[in-house]
Design a protein around this ligand. Structure first.
Ligand SMILES: NC(=O)c1ccc[n+]([C@@H]2O[C@H](COP(=O)([O-])OP(=O)(O)OC[C@H]3O[C@@H](n4cnc5c(N)ncnc54)[C@H](O)[C@@H]3O)[C@@H](O)[C@H]2O)c1
Length: 379
C-alpha cells in the first residue's frame, strides 16, 4: 500500500542538518514506517550555501527565512537543526501552524524558554520530539532494557562524563558560524547545556529523576575576539562544569563535562553500579556494553565485553548480519523511525518536549548552584 508522504522542512544545514537529512533519507530503506519522508525544503540564511546543500542532499526547494518555511502549506514537519537561540521562536511558530516539530537539544537556552515550547506544542496537540539521540545507540537501549528488567537491582551510583578539547587555544574566537557555542547569548550556556545535557537526559531516562545538585563551573579563557562584533568580548559560557547529584530514587551521581580535556574529542561515558550488576558504556566504542554480574559463578565472574550486533539486540535486526557494526549516524535514523512509528499510531515518542524540559531544569539548577555555592533543587 502507498504510504502517506511526510514533507520535511529542515532548518539548518550544519552538523545536525546533515545527520537529520541523512536520517530522513535512509529511514524508509531499513524501517517499516507508516510514512514516506520527502525532503521538501531546507532553510538557512545564506541562499548560495543552502542551495548547494539542497542539491547535494536532494531537497526539492530552499527558503532563506524560517518564517516562510513554517507558513508553507506543503510542509508537514519542521525539524529545527539550528543554533539554540532559534529554537523557541521557530518551535512556537511551527506548533501554531499545526506542524509536527522535532527540535535539537537543548530544547531551550533555559527552562524558561523550554516551558513556552512545551505549552505551544501541547496546546496545538502536535507530535513533538527532541533529538537526544544517544538514547538510540543500541548498546544504550540495551542498558535501558537490562535496568528495566531489574538485572542491576537497586542502583547505588551513576557516573557520567563528556570530555572534549577543542576550545583550549586562547586565539579561538567566539560567535558566528561554527563558534556560536562560545557565545552565551546564542548558546545559553557552555558545556552544561551542550554536553552535560546529553549525560543528564540519558541518566534520567535510565535511572529516573534528579532531585538536587551541587555544581561547579569554570571559564578558563575570560575574553575572546567576537566574530560578529569584531571586538574582544567577555566569555559568558562555562568551559567546564562538574556536579554532584542525588536522584529521586536515592542513587548518588557525579557528572563532568569540559572542552579542556586535552586528548579527548567526544568522550561520553557512563557507568552504573547496582546491587547485583554494573554497566559501563563509552561513545568511542559505542557498539559495546560492558556488563558485570555478581551472580555469575565465582570462578569465571568478571566484566563481560558485549558486542551489541546480534539481531536480538535493539534495532540491530534492521541492519546487517550479526557481528557487523553500525555507528553514530544510525542513532538519528533510529530516532526518526521511532518518532514516525509512534506518530502513525497516535502515540507520543520519547523524549517529548515536556520530557526534554526536565533536562533544562537540571542544567539551570547546576548553573544556579555553581553561582550560589549551595545545593539546588533540580525539578
Ligand atoms: N544531538 C546531538 O548530538 C547534537 C550535536 C551537535 C549539535 N546539536 C544541536 O543542534 C543544533 C545545531 O548545531 P550544529 O552543530 O548543527 O550547528 P552548526 O553551526 O553546524 O549549524 C547550524 C545551522 O543553522 C543555520 N542557522 C543559523 N541561524 C539560523 C537562522 N536564524 N535561520 C535558519 N538557519 C539558521 C546555519 O546556517 C547552519 O546551517 C544546536 O541546537 C546544537 O546544540 C546536537
Amino acid at each position: 500500500m502507498a504510504k502517506n508522504p511526510l514533507n520535511v522542512g529542515m532548518v539548518g544545514y550544519g552538523f545536525m542538518g546533515r545527520t537529520h537529512s541523512n536520517a530522513f533519507s535512509q529511514v524508509g530503506h531499513f524501517f517499516d514506517i507508516p510514512y514516506k519522508p520527502v525532503l521538501k525544503a531546507v532553510c538557512a540564511r545564506d541562499a548560495g550555501k543552502v542551495k548547494a546543500f539542497a542539491e547535494q542532499w536532494g531537497y526539492e526547494s530552499i527558503e532563506t527565512d524560517w518564517r516562510k518555511l513554517v507558513e508553507r502549506k506543503d510542509i508537514d514537519i519542521i525539524d529545527i537543526a539550528s543554533p539554540n537561540d532559534t529554537h523557541l521562536e521557530i518551535a512556537v511558530a511551527a506548533a501554531k501552524a499545526g506542524k509536527m516539530v522535532m527540535c535539537e537539544k537543548p530544547l531551550g537556552r533555559s527552562a524558561k524558554e523550554s516551558i513556552q515550547m512545551v505549552e505551544a506544542v501541547e496546546k496545538a496537540k502536535v507530535p513533538n520530539m527532541v533529538w537526544y539521540n544517544y538514547r538510540r545507540v543500541p548498546a544504550v537501549m540495551l542498558a535501558k532494557q537490562l535496568i528495566d528488567e531489574g538485572k542491576l537491582g537497586k542502583i547505588f551510583h551513576y557516573r557520567a562524563k563528556f570530555l572534549q578539547d577543542w576550545t583550549i587555544s586562547k586565539d579561538l574566537p567566539q560567535g558566528g558560524q561554527g563558534l556560536w557555542r562560545l557565545d552565551v547569548g546564542v548558546a545559553g550556556s557552555g558545556v552544561t547545556g551542550d554536553l552535560l545535557a546529553h549525560c543528564i537526559d540519558t541518566a534520567m531516562w535510565l535511572n529516573g529523576g534528579i532531585a538536587k545538585v551541587s555544581g561547579m563551573t569554570e571559564t578558563f579563557i575570560k575574553e575572546r575576539h567576537h566574530n560578529i562584533t569584531g571586538k574582544t568580548e567577555p566569555v559568558g559560557i562555562d568551559d567546564a562544569s562538574l556536579f554532584l547529584a542525588r536522584f529521586a530514587n536515592g542513587s548518588l551521581a557525579s557528572f563532568e563535562a569540559t572542552r579542556y580535556a586535552r586528548g579527548h574529542k567526544a568522550l561520553y561515558t557512563f557507568e552504573i553500579n547496582g546491587e547485583n550488576a554494573s554497566i559501563a558504556w563509552d561513545l568511542h566504542d559505542l557498539h559495546r556494553l560492558q556488563y558485570f554480574d555478581h551472580r555469575d559463578e565465582g570462578k569465571t565472574r568478571g566484566w563481560r565485553n558485549l558486542h551489541i550486533t546480534d539481531s536480538d539486540h535493539p534495532y540491530m535486526g534492521k541492519w546487517w548480519v550479526p557481528g557487523l557494526q553500525i555507528g553514530y549516524e544510525h542513532t538519528f535514523i533510529h530516532q526518526v523511525a521511532d518518532f514516525l512509528e509512534a506518530t502513525g499510531a497516535g502515540k507520543a515518542a520519547a523524549p517529548t518536549f515536556r520530557e526534554a524540559m526536565a533536562t533544562d531544569l537540571v542544567t539551570d539548577a547546576v548553573l544556579k548552584s555553581a553561582r550560589s555555592g549551595q545545593w539546588e533543587l533540580a525539578n
